[in-house]
Design a protein around this ligand. Sequence first.
Ligand code: NDP
Length: 328
Amino acid sequence: MTCALITGVAGQDGSFMSVLLLEQGYEVFGVVRRATSERYENLDGVRDRVELLHADLLDELSLVRALEIARPDEVYNLAAPSFVPLSWEQPVLTAEFAAVGATALLEAVRLTVPAARVYQAASSEIFGDPIDAPQNESTPIMHVAPYGAAKAYSFFIVRSFRRRYGLHASSGILFNHESPRRPLDFLPRKVAHGAARIALGLGLTLTVGDLDALPDWGGPVATSLGRSRRRTQQEEPDDYVIASGETHSVRELVECAFEHVWLDWREHVEVDESLLRGKAELHNLVGDASKARDRLGWERSVDFTGLVQPARGGRPRPAEGVSRLGVW
Ligand code: NDP
């Protein structure tokens, strides 16, 4: 039985990844930090089949112990802070988790299971202020936010370990991908939740920062992760952009979400300029996933309108509509 160890297993991507791997007959170990509440809602349904190990990316010895117990064939490093704006408030912690932590894990893998295949979750934020659009694996790194800088370090250190030690380590340069497992401070989830609340009479307005921002939103998450898994099975480790290749404005997102609950978004959406991330940070981030398509056979399974659609199939009745990004 192939064995995988997933860090950040209780997060959005980690929980989807554990389901995917279990379905494919893997034995799955998941790394969690010790927390006051060990509820791990995202793992409902698979909790009894995922062996949880306590470790922290900042504690290399704890990672070594986890790897010695699991002896994995594949390691997925999905643990990191994931809310980009917060990285301005916690730049040191962001660097420690996303840059130093990724290095600690690579070092622990090298010492304990050097033949294991490693997948590192990098991010489109490494391109920050890109000179080209769309961005691909050759686009120069021009990170802006501390999160992007830390992820850029993780991307480079994966390359270093690959080159120096021959580690089978690959990076996924992931553009935004969404699901109901995102916390409410992520915009698509916030919009879906807000539209549903208003439709149910539980609220009147939804506040957003910038209707003209143009993210590259992909999803659902399993699409990217399915490809991530195939990535570790490539004979040669490499780096791959995973992206929808399209941008859609926040205006389109709210339009689409409110249409599903039969409401006119203009009557309910307010703009709060204090929520703007700022022109210094928001640039034309849109990914070119041709390499992943050509070499891995990657295809996105859902387009933008498919992403923002009722969760339970069919067009919802008024006051019932909730998007796939939504509240349940
Ligand atoms: P989540 O925030 O949902 O999950 C991250 C997980 O990492 C959480 O379970 C968190 O645990 C854990 N974690 C954080 N710090 C540590 C640490 N020091 N030691 C152990 N565990 C830790 O993020 P996603 O699942 O959405 O993202 C997965 C990865 O992909 C992340 O690295 C993210 O940066 C990257 N990524 C995601 C994108 C997206 O659109 N989702 C886009 C680009 C990159 P806890 O609950 O204890 O905090």
